[in-house]
Structures are given as structure tokens and as C-alpha cells.
Ligand binder design. Structure first.
Ligand SMILES: Cc1ncc(C[n+]2csc(CCOP(=O)(O)OP(=O)(O)O)c2C)c(N)n1
Ligand code: SF4
Ligand SMILES: [Mg+2]
Length: 279
């Protein structure tokens, strides 16, 4: 075994066997770097690191990508977000951009009004799958068909997370929810509604993509999708839509760490990732 020499000024021992030998650190010396994070962890436009979402929730990752995209495109001063109701709505209290909250599912209609009154703004909606696919599906389809110059973002975790994890129109076949304890069965509950595919068929939509936040590669691509969607909508090209698959271990009855694999093994089979439409 290598025996360290007495600790030097840095506190680290020099191995008797020379620099190439294993290094043992003397633990009785003061640390040479502070025992805390040295780089800021807040995203641009993020006011606080505090949120009330569950450990392992995917929404905060999507929030971060959204804020980074807005900041990097220089849209912070003219971005206006319109949210519905859900766990994701907590973004309004920790992001330094303007938000409106509206009735469940109605965000695309409210965003239409905002954009038409203030055409120079970068208007987007942030909605959950319960909000958008279950409560307000007509709103997003009409906004897309009209070619509104807004961006709609749907955070899809396949449950009404905020009210306890009930099944939504986007829950996948076999998914266990509070209202489908034996798993979603097509005979009893029907099939999931693929919102992104529906929006892509409408002439007024110019960009449709589906991303996810369960691994590093998907996180990087999702940010690119968001930036492209904002660029096209703010340039006046038409309606843009980005769906983001997010983890909800609480609503899925899963241990926190199993959330990413559940997206990969289950959601991705129903909702393939990638750009579905690009002008
Ligand atoms: C008209 C109306 N119906 C129901 C509710 C109750 N409600 C509040 S949040 C929520 C769940 C939203 O689920 P989702 O949009 O998927 O967001 P998540 O919580 O999963 O992020 C529901 C049903 C409400 N506020 N208003
Ligand atoms: S219930 Fe689901 S969506 Fe809501 S905070 Fe918890 S993990 Fe996130
Ligand atoms: Mg949801």
C-alpha cells in the first residue's frame, strides 16, 4: 500500500511512490476549494430555485429549457406565457417573464387574443396533457387551423398530475392511473389521442415536434425544438407546437428513479420523438 508523505500547503499528501502512484488525500487538512457549488444552478430568467413539485418530476427540466430558449433568442422582454391549470403552472411564480392564467384548456384562445392585440410579442402557451388533450382539445386544433402566430407547448406526463394522477386522453394503453388501476384498456377507455400528429395535419401549423426530458440527448434536442418553434412563430410563419414527454413518478406509482425508463419503455412507443413537421 502507498504511504502518503505529510500533507503539504494544499492539504494533499504526495504519494511516496511518485506522481503516478495512487493519491491519498489527507483528511485532517482544510479543503482547498469551498465545499459548496461554485457555479450558479439557476436558469436565465429563473427567480428562485424553490418549487413544490415532487422529486423526479420532469416538469422543472422542461421549464429550464423553455427559459433558456427564450433567453437565448433574446425574447425575454416580449415573451408572454399563457398557462392553464396543473403542476407545471408553478412556473409563473419563479420565472421573470409575464404570464396569464386562464380557464382549464383555454390557453390557445387567450393567447390568440394577446397576440392579435400585441403583434410584436412572443406569445406561447404552456399546458399539460390533461389541460390540453382532455379539457381543451378543440382550442389547440382551432388555433392551429387558423395559423395563429403563437407557440403551444404541451407537457405530456399522461396524467392529471395536480389532482392526484387520473387518466387523461393522452394516457398510454396499459398505463396505471388513479382511474385505471388495472391499466388503460382500449375496450373500456379508448385509445390515447396523439395531439402532435393531429396538429401536424392542419394547414395552419408550420412546425410540430415531440421531445422529452428523460435523458441528456432528448433534453438537448427538445431545446432545439423549442427554439425553432419560437423562431417560426415570432417571424409570422404560423402556428408552432412542441410536445414534451415529462416524468411523473408520483402519478405513475413508480419509485422516483424509474421515471426516465418508464418514458423510454412505454411513452416513447406510443409517442415517437422527433420533428413531425417543419416548413
Ligand atoms: C374546469 C376545471 N376542471 C378541473 C379542474 C381541476 N384541475 C386542476 S389542475 C388539474 C390537472 C391538470 O393536469 P395536466 O394538465 O395534465 O397537468 P399536470 O398536473 O399533469 O402537470 C385539474 C383536473 C379545474 N381547475 N378546472
Ligand atoms: S404529481 Fe407528477 S406532475 Fe405533479 S409535481 Fe408530482 S411528479 Fe410532477
Ligand atoms: Mg399531465
Amino acid at each position: 500500500m502507498t504511504t502518503p508523505s505529510p500533507a503539504g500547503p494544499t492539504g494533499a499528501g504526495v504519494p511516496a511512490g511518485g506522481p503516478a502512484a495512487a493519491v491519498l488525500i489527507a483528511t485532517d487538512a482544510p479543503p482547498t476549494v469551498p465545499n459548496r457549488k461554485v457555479a450558479g444552478a439557476l436558469a436565465p430568467l429563473q427567480l428562485s430555485g424553490e418549487h413544490h413539485l415532487c422529486p423526479g418530476c420532469g416538469h422543472p427540466v422542461a421549464w429550464r429549457l423553455l427559459l433558456e430558449a427564450i433567453a437565448e433568442l433574446g425574447l425575454a422582454n416580449r415573451a408572454i406565457g399563457v398557462v392553464g391549470h396543473g403542476c407545471y403552472t408553478n412556473i409563473v411564480s419563479l420565472a421573470d417573464i409575464d404570464f396569464l392564467q386562464c380557464l382549464h384548456g383555454r390557453a390557445p384562445a387567450v393567447a390568440t387574443g394577446v397576440k392579435r392585440v400585441q403583434p410584436d410579442t412572443a406569445v406561447f402557451t404552456l399546458q399539460g396533457d390533461g389541460d390540453l388533450a382532455s379539457e381543451g382539445l378543440a382550442e389547440v386544433l382551432h388555433a392551429a387551423a387558423r395559423g395563429e402566430r403563437i407557440t403551444t407547448i404541451m407537457l405530456n406526463n399522461g396524467v392529471f398530475g395536480d389532482t392526484g394522477g387520473q387518466m387523461t386522453a393522452a394516457s398510454v394503453v396499459g398505463q396505471r392511473t388513479k382511474t385505471s388501476l388495472d391499466g388503460r384498456q382500449p375496450e373500456a377507455h379508448g385509445y390515447p389521442v396523439p395531439v402532435a400528429e393531429l396538429v401536424a395535419t392542419l394547414q395552419g401549423s408550420v412546425y410540430v415536434a415531440r421531445g422529452a426530458v428523460h435523458n441528456a440527448g432528448s433534453v438537448a434536442k427538445t431545446k432545439r425544438y423549442l427554439k425553432r418553434a419560437f423562431e417560426l412563430a415570432t417571424s409570422g410563419a404560423g402556428f408552432t407546437f412542441v410536445e414534451v414527454l415529462t416524468m411523473c413518478p408520483t402519478g405513475w406509482f413508480l419509485p422516483t428513479a424509474d421515471g426516465p425508463d418508464y418514458i423510454q419503455d412505454t411513452f416513447e412507443q406510443t409517442y415517437p420523438l422527433g420533428a413531425l413537421k417543419d416548413v
